[in-house]
Write a protein that binds this ligand. Structure first.
Ligand code: MG
Length: 383
């Protein structure tokens, strides 16, 4: 048994905006078409793919779809839907005996739905995933805008794709369908008197038709806020300056470090890197690299903020705690906060710097070390 998936993307509808057909519009980082193709390319039960495109786009097919793990062929769309599917079938290798036909406008089809259709097409010649209607369904006289009947809801199911067929049956019903214009292949099978089995579809397997659908689809994949934590500690020795966020606190006792030992900036850098899943400060600014010898913490922080921006995130807020026995930090907190806000590119009320002592406990409490903790929240850059 060999399974071919035909992804129908032959529509020319551009009403969702732009001059490209809607299946080429992006949802997040890739097009609706690409998402639909990926769903089948990743499914272990699918052997070969055929993508049906508007004739003028067939040459662009490989670029539009991108690299696939399975062989992917292209076909030109026809006048009607069944002509497009018919053209797709001709591209299937001879050994393919089961065919899934999917609308590219359903980019969220899950592996589970494909599984159910594939399982059922082992026993039934034609299979449709569907969900039961939950709203009360009315038949309407469209000219007069009047309800003519309320349909028994239990009998109403909403058909989705992929629809699955034995290849010979699909070819037969499409030929038998003759001049009829069908919105799905199952209805051709019904007209030909073939039983069509139902398996459970999914609410999430929506067809993107309206601009509201498109907006909801984009919201669904939009990156959310991200949070990260950071911590740093340095030993304190005599004769070194103590610098936090570029603000010099004293000259007589400061951190022993390869860099400037700015624990506050280092902790915030790790929080930012943590939020983007970007490793830690040692990976990006290794202390074995002479470039970072005596590097200012504020400068490394600025470079890190650039990394988060490159990934489409901006800093929403930062909260930090410095643990230090002396000197007192309170007189410096205002300047430290403004320096951080400037580099983070946010308002000062989104930067919190708190100071604590360690109550004489441990190395920090004895005045032999300084530590800092930080939490950073990043949000997707608008637009
Ligand atoms: Mg450090």
């Amino acid at each position: 048994m060999s399974v071919g998936a035909i992804i129908v993307a032959a529509g020319r509808g551009t009403r969702l905006g732009g001059d490209r057909p809607k299946q080429l519009l992006h949802i997040g980082d890739r097009s609706m078409l690409r998402r639909s193709v990926e769903a089948f390319d990743r499914h272990p039960g699918v052997d070969v793919l055929v993508v049906v495109l508007p004739p003028e786009l067939v040459a662009e097919g490989p670029t539009l779809v991108g690299r696939t793990a399975r062989p992917c062929h292209f076909a030109a769309g026809g006048e009607r839907r069944q002509d497009s599917v018919g053209n797709g079938i001709t591209q299937l290798p001879a050994e393919v005996d089961r065919v899934l036909v999917h609308d590219a406008a359903r980019p969220f089809v899950s592996r589970a739905v494909i599984d159910r259709v594939l399982d059922a097409v082992g026993t039934h010649a034609a299979v449709v995933p569907a969900i039961p209607a939950r709203d009360t369904v009315k038949r309407v006289d469209r000219d007069r805008h009047l309800v003519t009947a309320t349909l028994p809801r239990e009998e109403i199911w909403l058909a989705q794709t992929p629809q699955g067929f034995r290849r010979d049956v699909l070819v037969e019903v499409m030929t038998a369908g003759g001049g009829a214009d069908a919105t799905d292949e199952a209805s051709l099978a019904e007209r030909a008197g073939r039983p069509v089995a139902i398996v459970a579809g999914e609410d999430a397997n929506v067809k993107i038709t309206t601009s509201d659908d498109l907006r909801a689809a984009r919201a669904r994949v939009a990156p959310g806020p991200r949070v990260g934590t950071g911590y740093d500690l340095h030993r304190l020795v005599d004769g070194r300056p103590l610098v936090l966020a570029g603000v010099r606190l004293t000259d007589d006792r400061g951190p022993l470090a390869h860099s400037d030992g700015d624990v506050l900036c280092h902790a915030i850098i790790d929080a930012l890197l943590g939020a983007i899943g970007g490793g830690d400060i040692g990976r990006h600014f290794p202390n074995t690299d002479p470039r970072w010898k005596n590097a200012a913490g504020l400068d490394l922080l600025a470079r890190t903020v650039e990394m988060t921006r490159a990934g489409g995130h901006i800093v929403s807020n930062v909260d930090a705690t410095i643990v230090l026995e002396r000197p007192k930090l309170a007189p410096h907190v205002g300047r430290i906060t403004s320096a951080l806000a400037g580099v983070l590119g946010i308002e000062t009320d989104r930067v919190s710097v708190k100071a604590k002592t360690n109550e004489g406990v441990d190395a920090v409490g004895r005045g032999d070390a300084i530590a800092a903790h930080a939490v950073a929240m990043l949000v997707p850059e608008a637009g």
